[in-house]
Each structure stands twice: as C-alpha cells, then as structure tokens.
Design a protein around this ligand. Structure first.
Ligand code: ATP
Ligand code: MG
Length: 340
C-alpha cells in the first residue's frame, strides 16, 4: 500500500515537472539567450490579460510563434486563434474580412458573412503586418480596440466582442507615423504591451539549441536519424549573420536533414553562403601571390556578404552581371560537393 502511494506521489511530481517544462517551452519556442528568457517570462505574465500586444522584430524572428504562445498560454484556448494578414488583401477586402458583411452590402456579397473579429470572439485575433492596414480602417480598428464594438459592412447593428488583439510588424511604426501613414493614436492603443524579438545575429547563443530543435523536428517528419552538426559547421553558423533569421536557419536545416547522406551534418550539407565565415576564419583573404580564381571567389563572396546577399547590388558593385554571380555560386557549390 505504502509503495503504491509512493509510486503515485512520484508520478504526480514527475507530471508536474513535465507540465512546467511544457509551459516553459511554449509550444516549441526554444531559446536560452537573455532576450528569449525575458520573452518567455513576458508571455507567461501577459497571457491571461486581454491587453493588446504589439510584437515587433525583423522577418523570421518568431513573431507569429510568440503570438500563438500567448494565445495558448491564456485562458482563451477554448476559443479560436484567428489570423489576418493586413498586407495580403486589397484595401476594400480588408474591411469586409475584419468586420464581416451583410448580404447585398456589395456586388459579391451573396450571403451574410462573419468577419475575423466575430470569428475570434472569446479568443485571440492576430493582425499581421499591421503597418499595412489602410488609413481609413485604422480609425475603425481604433474604435474596436476601445469599445470592442463594430458593425458589419452594410449593417447598422452593433456587434460586441471579447477579443484579445495581437498585432505584428517588421516596420518602424514611428516612421510610418511621421510619414502620415499610420495613426499615432492607434499606435499607442496597440503598443500597450510591446514585445521586441531581436534578430538572430544578436542572440547567437540560441543557435545551438535551435539547430538541435530543428534537427529533431525534421528527423521526426522525415523518418531520419541525424544526430547533429559537426563542430566546423556550428562555427560557421555562429559567424553567419542570418539575414532571414530563424526562418532561414530552419529552412537550411530542413533541407540538410532531408538530403544528408551521413548521420552528422557537415558544411557540405549547407549552401556556400555560409562558407563566407570560413574565408575569414582560417583563409588567407586577399594576398600576393594567389590564384586569380581563389581571389575572385573571395571577392565575390565578400561583396555578396557586404550587400546582404542581394545579387543585383553585388553585381553592380563588382561590375559584372547577376548572371555571372549566379554561375559562380553554382560553381562554388559544385566544387564543394565534389571535394566532399
Ligand atoms: N524561438 C524559436 N524556436 C523555434 N522555432 C522558431 C523560433 N522562432 C521562430 N521559429 C520558427 O521560425 C519560423 C519563422 O517564425 P515566424 O513565422 O513566427 O516569424 P515572423 O516573425 O512572424 O516572420 P514574418 O515577419 O516574416 O512573418 C517559423 O517556422 C517558426 O516556427
Ligand atoms: Mg509572421
């Protein structure tokens, strides 16, 4: 009997530990940098409130992931998480999508439709790329945020909702305000709880855990058993600037996991872009004497890096065509694979 009780207590505490672990990981958000730990805290703290959250950060830094984590940590999980990308729709459709419309409100309104605000009632509405919200709708949005009330297009009946709004942007809204493209009053209404996601290059301590996380994820999806990356590759990762942030890292790992021949990923499983780090590492840089081919490779890769891998700008700077750059990159990739 005592043994049974001990066993149950043990299971209970194990369960508690697992639960806390899960709560901490927030649905697959990983990170151990100070910035990410602060963000985990922030999610936990603000989740249960209804206050509007404004998530800022460059493309691919994890804004949507954090928005979902806030929803799934809140008491709103029995109700939907609804998303609207303000940039993806023409101006006249955004209003109908947000607020819904009555049958006959416009030519294509064959039947009454509920908008995202109604669909998200009791839950969370993610307004993606809020900077692109048309000005005339910004005032309507302001009203919903203040009063939680609106009307469907073509209707005069006021609808009340209980919706938690999370907005994201990778633009500088202050500049948009200065240019008259974004309402200042709306900005202050949205910016109640600001959360900033720094670019990956400013939190490189996260790279090893992210790599591990994505390898596990894509092992699972593809029935692979990749055990990790070799130390040289990790060093290249730590040197690279990741202009596409975590999305870029995730895509590279996915491709490498799927195509790798061996169970440990090496430099050859990744694009030549990453090897620029190595040029600085042990490489000679430009020196005399040196093979012309080697020198031009260095110059092309360094110029590309300087131009943030914008091939058009790099071509301009080098005085060659973008086509030549593409051919060269393909060639470098080839020799790399060939030497493996
Ligand atoms: N900390 C993290 N841990 C695990 N995965 C992450 C993390 N941050 C981002 N990701 C993954 O990276 C990808 C990009 O993240 P997400 O879509 O949230 O970026 P975003 O900031 O919304 O980008 P965009 O501005 O381009 O919409 C997603 O697949 C997401 O799951
Ligand atoms: Mg996004």
């Amino acid at each position: 009997m005592l043994a049974r009780i001990a066993e149950i207590l043990d299971l209970k505490s194990q369960n508690e530990l697992l639960r806390r672990d899960l709560a901490h990981k927030f649905q697959n958000i990983v990170g151990k940098s100070k910035a990410m730990l602060d963000i985990f805290d922030m999610i936990q703290t603000v989740a249960s409130a209804r206050s509007t959250v404004l998530l800022t950060g460059a493309s691919g830094t994890g804004k949507e992931l954090v928005a979902r984590a806030i929803h799934y940590t809140s008491g709103r999980t029995d109700n939907p998480f609804v998303k609207l990308n303000c940039a993806a729709l023409p101006e006249n459709l955004v209003e109908a999508e947000l607020f819904g419309y009555e049958k006959g409100a416009f030519t294509d309104a064959k039947k009454t439709n509920r908008g995202r605000f109604e669909l998200a009632d009791g839950g969370t509405l993610l307004l993606d790329e809020i900077s692109e919200m048309p000005l005339n709708l910004q005032s309507k949005l302001l009203r919903v945020i203040q009063e939680r009330e609106f009307e469907r297009v073509g209707s005069s009946t006021t609808i009340s909702v209980d919706v938690r709004i999370v907005a994201t942007t990778n633009r500088n809204l202050k500049e948009y305000i200065a240019d008259g493209r974004f309402r200042e009053d709306l900005y202050y209404r949205l910016n109640v709880i600001p959360i900033y996601l720094p670019p990956l290059k400013d939190r490189k301590e996260d790279i090893p855990v992210l790599v591990e996380h994505f390898i596990q994820k894509y092992n699972g999806e593809n029935g692979k058993e990749i055990v990790g990356v070799n130390p040289q590759t990790l060093r290249l990762f730590m040197k690279y600037d990741w202009p596409g942030n975590i999305r870029e890292l995730e895509n590279l790992i996915e491709r490498a996991v799927v195509t790798a021949k061996n169970d440990r990923l090496t430099e050859d499983d990744f694009p030549v872009e990453l090897a620029v780090g190595k040029l600085d590492d042990g490489g000679p840089g430009l020196k005399v004497p040196m093979k012309l081919e080697e020198g031009s490779k260095y110059l092309i890769l360094k110029t590309l890096e300087y131009c943030n891998w914008n091939k058009t700008r790099a071509a301009e700077a080098l005085g060659i065509t973008t086509r030549t750059i593409r051919n060269k990159l393909a060639e470098y990739q080839q020799t790399k694979a060939g030497s493996a």
